[in-house]
Design a protein around this ligand. Sequence first.
Ligand code: FES
Length: 104
Amino acid sequence: MDSLPDEEGKEFVFGESESKWPFRMFVVRRGSEVRGFVNSCPHLHLTLNYFPDRFVTRDKANILCANHGAVFNHDDGHCIAGPCAGQDLEPVPVVIEEGMIQIA
Ligand code: FES
């Protein structure tokens, strides 16, 4: 948790770096709440971020896909604006134990 600032996101990639399809996920934090999602936008299945760990809107209220501007609810990953409105990010359940974020 110490490496995840409040109202920011962080990406984690599992798998070989040369692998064509490593498992990419990200977490976003709001206070003591952390949510995890697969880093794949339901619009064109691209990763959401252009820059490392940039996953939130400018006002930090929601999650942003940098590709075409889709905006997702922070709590459940539901797309509330943009080209995939009504669709959802795929959740990755996470828990916090002793200050560590873990996949549940
Ligand atoms: S790929 Fe995310 S809005 Fe188009």
